[in-house]
Design a protein around this ligand. Sequence first.
Ligand SMILES: *Cc1c(COP(=O)(O)O)cnc(C)c1O
Length: 355
Amino acid sequence: MKKVHNFSAGPGILPELVIKQAAAAVLNFDNLNMSILEISHRSKNYVTVMDNARQVVKDLLLLDDNYEVFFLGGGASLQFAMVPYNLLGTKAAYINTGVWSTKAIKEAKIIGNVEVIASSEDKNFSYIPKNYTIPTDADYLHITSNNTIFGTQFKEFPKSPIPLVCDMSSDIFSRPIDGKQFALIYAGAQKNMGPAGCTMVAVRKDVLGKTERKMLSMLDYAVHIKAESMYNTPPVYPVYVSMLTMQYVQANGGLELMEKLNNAKAQLLYNEIDRNGLFTGTVAKEDRSVMNVNFIMNNSTNEDAFNKIWKDAGVSGLPGHRDVGGYRASIYNAMPIDSVQVLVDVMKLAEQKLG
Ligand SMILES: *Cc1c(COP(=O)(O)O)cnc(C)c1O
């Protein structure tokens, strides 16, 4: 089989060992002679999986006992609604850094009063806003740590006087962070945490229960916390594979090593984009994402020829988001630097042929 270098933005790649472990558990989970696809979520073995998955999130994000972690269905997109539904009483503040923030803002506005305190929409979301005032009378400030579609990333998080909420779907576990600076972190699994099908929510308990709202059970964080992430049947398999992926990160150098490797991969690729006359990076240099690398060809008539070159080299998933165009290389934790080198070599080859 020819090696594929998969630069897909999501669902993204997973460590090879995790894929093997996940495949084995489909056939025989925990030596129970049953598939993980057919066991009860209330069985002792699966309750252990859920406990371990919740614990490894706390370990990696340095969360203490003030936090609760649970896994839900509905994607990060459901959290766009659940966050304001659970936390928004008077007013919420949002920073708009792209498509996902825009969608989060849209949902919050349906629930209550929203103030967008900063936005990079004026320059097609090509930078992270730096100068803004956080209103102290808002219930929370919502940010998107990594702008998956346009390729920008918060390198430093706002020092917020109000509870800070973060959509970390596309850069969670890519670098060491102190999760305790956030009141709530959520992440759809399918970028850097596991397969599609579950969303992780970590919340500091003191921010809950402050609205007057009469709560629907399935949308109430407190209900899922009380039920230890088993109020209804959880996404059994996605949580299992996410647990394997997180334990893999933990056992293989942790977030410190992930950051080192991710920085090396990103630097290799951005250096080539900056050096090679065929290409231009599309976002402000200081805000460049370490996970999603966006670039364009300076002469779009070269695109067909370039597309053939990278496809012939086994590169996959490179076209930019359908709303943006150009190219996007997603280089999540599981992406080996050797695959990034293949892409760089392809760009050099294109330069020889087309430059
Ligand atoms: C992919 C993505 C989402 C949407 O996730 P779904 O699981 O498809 O709802 C939200 N936010 C960010 C930052 C993303 O990258």
